[in-house]
Design a protein around this ligand. Structure first.
Ligand code: PBG
Length: 337
């Protein structure tokens, strides 16, 4: 016998048909249930603005949201993540406009709830779009973080979003103790059973956020975020950050960015299997795929599908992605005619 394989070394027999191929990857499907769509909401109700650093992504005034969301909800979109963008609202040291009545999130959430009662709304909670210095917390005069004041303010903002109807609050500021502070306020106000806390638990200080800071007009005016975001090489801090947020009462965990940190996703999921695991495919990841495809280096849909599968394989239950509209199209059943 030459050039033959014995039965157990033959892999081809398991993958010659699409249904067989699917059976070989039973837990790494992409469905509408695995997607969350981030949306930038402007403080100018009638405007729509293209974001130069993220071609194909826009900032929307409130009056455009219904038109944007209708077709996506019809295609199965289940959840969104809202970011406020403050272009006209005054910025100050404590981010007063993060929860003022003029804030675009405060205004948009009740409307979206009314228009799309089944759509799950998460709100990013951070001060950086509303502070004059562009940092995620409140600073002492010397520019260092005032942790106590920061988590008090962040929990106030989270509570305000919860009160107008957000079903998930997602603090992305990385201040120590914020999850506990938010949970405490939700308990005190009786909202704790109506609002889940999605912690950006494992957030690295990453170059992949570049385009986002343009999108949300939230770049720090001095310094960087290294004192509150994790060093990219650190497994240990990542594990400790997730464990800490679990102990403070987080309902769901996130690793961010995605592609360069899939080992961390796997570790986090393995360490906390009872918590839904989110992965944020961030702005720089979006831009890389977009430009790669534009320049003919890759086929966008094929590579996107591969990347999403890799995130699911690493343990992600939900992927936050600017590609959600395209993915929803990719998931529509193919017409038979
Ligand atoms: C702000 C925040 C950032 C992102 C989400 N929330 C930027 C940062 O921390 O610098 C990044 C998202 C993206 O790049 O798509 N706290």
């Amino acid at each position: 016998m030459t050039n033959t394989v014995d039965a157990k070394h033959n892999l081809h027999s398991g993958i010659f048909h699409p249904v067989l191929r699917q059976w070989q990857s039973p837990n790494v499907e992409i469905t509408v249930n695995n997607l969350m769509y981030p949306i930038f909401i402007l403080d100018n109700q009638d405007a729509t603005e293209a974001i130069a650093s993220m071609p194909g992504v826009f900032r929307y005034g409130i009056n455009h949201l219904r038109k944007l969301l209708q077709p996506l909800v019809s295609k199965g979109l289940q959840s969104i993540l809202l970011f406020g963008v403050s272009k006209h609202l005054k910025k100050d040291d404590i981010g007063s406009n993060a929860d003022s009545i003029e804030n675009p999130i405060i205004q948009a959430v009740p409307l979206i709830r009314q228009w799309f009662p089944d759509l799950l709304i998460a709100c990013d909670v951070c001060l950086c779009p509303y502070t004059i210095h562009g940092h995620c917390g409140i600073l002492y005069e010397d520019g260092s973080i005032n942790n106590k004041a920061s988590i008090e303010r962040i929990s106030e903002v989270a509570l305000a979003y919860a009160k107008v109807g957000a079903q998930i609050v997602a603090p992305s500021d990385m201040m120590d103790g914020r999850i506990g502070a938010i949970k405490k306020k939700l308990i005190e106000t009786g909202l704790v059973n109506k609002v889940a806390v999605l912690s950006y638990a494992v957030k690295f200080a990453s170059g992949f956020y570049g385009p986002f800071r343009d999108a949300s007009q939230s770049a720090p005016k001095f310094g960087d975020r290294k004192c509150y975001q994790l060093p990219p090489g650190s497994n240990g801090l990542a594990a400790r950050a997730a464990a800490r947020d679990v102990s403070e009462g987080a309902d769901m965990l996130m690793v961010k960015p995605g592609l360069a940190y899939l080992d961390i996703v796997r570790h986090t999921k393995d360490a906390h299997p009872e918590y839904p695991m989110f992965v944020y495919q961030v702005s720089g990841e979006y831009a890389m795929l977009y430009h790669g495809a534009q320049n003919g280096a890759i086929n966008l849909k094929n590579v996107l599908n591969e990347v999403l599968l890799s995130m699911r394989r690493a343990g992600a239950d939900c992927i936050i992605t600017y590609f959600a509209p395209l993915i929803l199209d990719m998931l529509q059943p193919k017409s038979k005619c």
